[in-house]
Design a protein around this ligand. Structure first.
Ligand code: PLP
Length: 388
């Protein structure tokens, strides 16, 4: 009998990958599946980015790079943050990561241990709660409510701070709800945090370029008074349809950058060199494909919200960002998990139970609308038929 570490029992998972595997298995049996489960753009990575990676390979970029990324890419990230948010970022504080996820893992490993408290959005990206528990810290949920459009309330977050709070994780625009936080709420949070100098903030802004109806993105790095405690998580996966490339970045406070860098050296050494050159092409090249993709998501968002609200027992608020709709489905009389299963097995529609994103996701389903309008309409038709 092999004995494995007990800590592994505390590690959760991301159900989206299991649903994807089941959907693929059903497809292999010849069943037709409309996949609104997995959260990734249904677009190809823009051609000039692919070409930059090919060129990098041809030019001989085959070796290790510095663990924190090539200087050219760290400079491009700093320039991009300046262009988008007017931020002055020292390229020396940028860390290139193999995707967005490693930043949350590293950040929680740096602050989390038994006795520490870490706040996280619930419903929220499932990996937050998973890695907090893994670290031994106590997860303290920030309950995101439908009546607030699933945006956090700064007052609520601040009221939960204790002397044991080490880290607060926020995410706007949000997965799985599409919730987007207003500037006023970000201002309130930043002002409130000034009174709690022992608390760090990790702001997951991976959907920052996917906002609708004229909403603006406010980066939590833009508050000078708390800047030395903010970790920014962002990346290429969603903005440039590059989920499979595994490329992300984080900006760290000077005081903990070395810890993050050491974790990188211990964990992955560096990100693939060619991928990093592709990342430069993405940030410095034309942005028209990004705009086209966001416009397509916006159109689909309108379609899916209106369609979902026509299903008996469903109620869906309009998401302000990202590419997810999060309808309440309590009126169907089924639990989120039962409905997820029924829709996949009987209707051939892959969606994710709200409970996969935390206990406050109970009664909801997540629909990713990174799929064509035609497929979205087909999915809703199938759901109506299945529930009638
Ligand atoms: N943060 C959020 C809120 C996400 O939804 C995701 C992916 O779904 C990530 C981070 C991770 O992104 P990546 O695929 O770059 O690791």
């Amino acid at each position: 009998m092999l004995q494995v570490a007990a800590s592994l029992e505390r590690l959760g998972t991301e159900t989206a990958f299991e649903v994807l595997a089941r959907a693929k298995a059903l497809e292999a049996q010849g069943k037709s599946i409309v996949n609104l489960g997995i959260g990734q753009p249904d677009f190809r990575t823009p051609e000039h980015i692919v070409e930059a990676a090919i060129k990098a390979l041809r030019d001989g970029h085959h070796g290790y790079t510095p663990a924190n990324g090539i200087p050219e890419l760290r400079q491009a990230v700093a320039a991009d943050l300046h262009k988008r948010h007017g931020l002055e970022v020292d390229p020396g504080l940028v860390m290139i990561m193999p995707g967005g996820k490693p930043t949350m893992f590293f950040c929680v490993l740096i602050f989390g241990e038994p006795g520490a408290e870490i706040m996280y959005p619930n419903p929220g990206f499932p990996i937050y709660e998973s890695v907090i528990k893994y670290s031994g810290a106590t997860p303290v949920p920030i309950h995101l409510k439908e009546e607030n459009g699933f945006a956090f309330s700064a007052e609520d977050v601040l009221s939960k701070i204790t002397p044991r709070t080490r880290l607060i994780i926020i995410n706007s625009p949000a997965n799985p709800t599409g919730g987007a936080v207003s500037r006023a709420e970000c201002d309130k949070l930043a002002a409130g945090l000034e009174k709690h100098p022992h608390v760090a903030l990790m702001s997951d802004e991976i959907y920052s370029q996917m906002l609708y109806d004229g909403r603006e993105h406010v980066s939590m790095l833009s508050y000078p008074a708390i800047r030395d405690r903010v970790i920014l998580l962002d990346g290429w996966s969603k903005t440039y349809a590059m989920t499979g490339w595994r490329l992300g970045y984080s900006i760290w406070p000077k005081s903990i950058y070395a810890h993050a860098e050491r974790l990188a050296v211990n964990n992955h050494s560096c990100v693939s060199a060619a991928t990093q050159w592709a990342g430069i092409a993405a940030l410095t090249g034309p942005q028209d494909k990004v705009r086209e993709m966001v416009a397509a998501f916006d159109q689909r968002r309108r379609v899916i919200v209106s369609e979902l609200n026509q299903i008996k027992g469903f109620r869906c608020v309009e998401p302000g960002g990202a590419f997810y709709a999060f309808p309440h489905i309590g009126g169907t009389g089924l639990s989120s998990r039962d409905l997820q299963k029924k829709l996949l097995e009987e209707a051939g529609v892959a969606v994710i139970s709200g409970t996969s994103f935390g206990k406050f996701g109970d009664g909801y389903l997540r629909f990713s609308y990174a799929n064509s309008v035609e497929n979205i309409r087909e999915a809703v038709k199938r759901i109506k038929r299945c529930l009638s």
